[in-house]
Design a protein. Structure first.
Length: 600
């Protein structure tokens, strides 16, 4: 029989088929297979399997389990006082971590097992079972570390070279201060040169227990970073496997530095493949995600600050045909340097999160609420941002979010309420006062000033936002919107295309803005196409109706006009045009023409 303990716990017969066996029985076999003794007292077995239950209940449950296990063969034998495992009948994958023969199993096999996690479908609970599970995982890590440090740095096969990297990442993910393991990841560059070993201290195979504790994220000075493997399509000039190796080089360079905790590649792969990335990011205490994508124009890199779900950096690195492989190391240094620079800029936000995590959670929920451009969602988000400010009265991000809700309500209601814009401006200034070094406050001030008709002040604020964060897609989108209202739709279209390139899965506002820019340069078909890219199109039905009308599609124009009037029955075209901040008369007349043709 074969007992699989890494991944899902199961028992396989000689043909490789899964044997039907009670779950509690499998746990008992796993415990005996990995313990020094293959025998356990009935009292200890009852505690191991039902430690949280009353002693009498635990013994009753054990007797019932033994009755169920007897028909399943002779793997386990039962005496009045003890339970024994016949190890001669069993092979177990955990035997690879037999400390008496540590060098017999290749490091790549140990890495593969640990990647699947010992009893992955079992949580570390309290009591005997929880202590055993934790001790086994710790022991396996120690043995893998010992095997890693025993290996020659000039390992011959590519498989073992990759295994060395994976093993080192896995250990450093749990124990970021292990300098001996860090030294195995140096790539001889400025970002990974000569990692320092603690002077006067020798770290033996068993020393991992004192290298550090399980504290993957304790202080703002040691953020936890996940570099997700790149996505994209294979092309002759853009080799996805080589790009994956590039990201591996970046991770190695960052890992060789102190002050960062890098998520192991296998964990990053799980995050990339997961349908619930936020859950995994929370589970692994990730502060920053470095997301990468191959496109026809190069490698796109985004840094996402997880607590606020904001893209704090995005850039495209051009890769000339055939040069990705030869320039991989140099590009890795450039990307790593950019990442480090942005993490440094974001230290204050990370510190805020450390000291006020509840406020950030409310802020993040508010951001999620605003993903739908509807009046109830926007007003709900406003309430959530206020709750965040109750947790932290100096939270700049929450003031920026609050400002955005007022500006969005002004747009959605189309009533020209100046009080909403005054509140938006006030909240944005509060955000700037509390943190003048981040772009969010300036971005929202620029939006408020735009709708107040103060276009020059709007462009100044948004220029400052872009200066503070040149790759902050939301600020670039707002800059584009202001340029459009300043009767510079061509410039605005270039800006919004840049924002979409930086954040192609961005919110509906990006495509709404792009639609407006397209309309005012006379590309009405493109305006319609942009609106159709929105997940919540009803908010842009007015512009959609005007675009259809300008193309002569009166039937569709009237359809969308009726839909818009159902949602906004009090809309008055003349009043709206009177308050709409547009600099040049030709542009306002062009918008009026489309709406009139649509039946407004």
């Amino acid at each position: 029989m074969f007992l699989q303990t890494f991944g899902r716990l199961r028992l396989l017969d000689a043909a490789g088929d899964e044997a039907k066996y009670p779950r509690k029985g499998l746990l008992l076999i796993a415990y005996l297979a990995t313990s020094a003794s293959a025998e356990i007292s009935r009292e200890e077995a009852a505690e191991f399997l039902w430690g949280n239950d009353h002693r009498a209940v635990a013994f009753t449950n054990l007797r019932k389990l033994i009755s169920r296990l007897r028909p399943h063969g002779s793997l386990l034998t039962f005496s009045p006082t003890h339970i024994s495992l016949d190890r001669k009948q069993l092979v177990c994958d955990a035997d690879a971590f037999d400390a008496t023969h540590p060098a017999e199993t290749p490091l790549s096999s140990l890495v593969d097992l640990i990647n699947r996690t010992f009893l992955a479908d079992t949580n570390e609970a309290d009591g005997l079972s929880g202590r055993w599970l934790k001790e086994q995982r710790q022991r396996q890590l120690e043995l893998m570390r010992a095997r890693l440090l025993e290996m020659s740095a000039n390992t011959a096969t590519s498989v073992e070279v990759a295994a060395r990297r994976q093993a080192a990442f896995y250990i450093l993910e749990r124990f970021p201060d292990d300098q001996l393991v860090r030294s195995t990841l140096s790539i001889g560059s400025k970002m990974g040169a000569s990692p320092r070993v603690v002077e006067g201290k020798s770290q033996s195979a068993g020393a991992i227990a004192v290298v550090g504790t399980e504290r993957p994220f304790q202080s703002p000075k040691q953020p936890r970073v996940a570099l997700l493997p790149p996505i994209g399509v294979y092309a002759s000039q853009l080799d996805l496997p080589t790009a994956s190796a590039l990201i591996d080089d970046v991770a190695i360079g960052l890992c060789a530095l102190r002050g960062l905790s890098i998520v192991a590649p296998y964990t990053a792969e799980r995050i990339r493949a997961s349908d619930d990335k936020l859950l995994l990011l929370e589970r692994y205490d990730v502060s920053y995600v470095v997301d990468t994508k191959l496109t026809g124009e190069g490698l796109v890199v985004q840094i996402i600050f997880v607590p606020s779900d904001n893209v704090i950096y995005a850039d495209r690195f051009e890769i000339a045909r055939g040069l990705l492989s030869s320039h991989r190391k140099a590009l890795a240094e450039i990307v790593a340097d950019r990442i480090l620079a942005e993490l440094k800029r974001n230290e204050s936000a990370l510190s805020d999160y450390e000291y006020h995590p509840d406020a950030y959670q409310r802020y993040l929920f508010g951001v999620q609420q605003m993903s739908r451009l509807t009046l109830p969602s926007v007003r709900g988000a406003r309430k959530t941002f206020r709750e965040a400010l109750q947790q932290n009265a100096n939270f700049s991000h929450a003031y920026s979010g609050l400002a955005k809700t007022y500006s969005l309500e002004w747009v959605l209601t189309a009533r020209g309420d100046p009080e909403l814009l005054r509140k938006a401006e006030e909240s944005a200034r509060f955000a700037i006062e509390r943190n003048p070094e981040i772009a969010y406050g300036f971005k929202e001030l620029g939006v408020a000033k735009l709708y107040l008709g103060e276009l020059d002040e709007s462009l100044d604020a948004l220029s400052r936002a872009e200066e503070l964060s040149p790759h902050y897609a939301d600020a670039i989108y707002s800059f584009a919107d202001s340029l459009i209202h300043a009767s510079r739709p061509k410039d605005g279209l270039e800006k919004i295309d840049k924002a979409i390139a930086l954040n192609p899965l961005g919110p509906d506002e990006y495509f709404w803005c792009a639609a407006g820019a397209s309309y005012f340069v006379g590309a009405f078909d493109k305006a319609i196409s942009r609106i159709q890219s929105m997940s919540n199109q009803p908010s842009a039905y007015r512009l959609l109706a005007a675009s259809c009308a300008m193309l002569g599609d009166t039937k569709r124009a009237h359809h969308y006009r009726r839909k818009d009037k159902e949602a906004n029955p009090q809309f008055d075209l003349q009043k709206w045009l009177a308050v709409l901040p547009i600099r040049e008369p030709w542009q306002k007349e062009m918008y009026r023409e489309g709406l009139v043709k649509a039946g407004y």
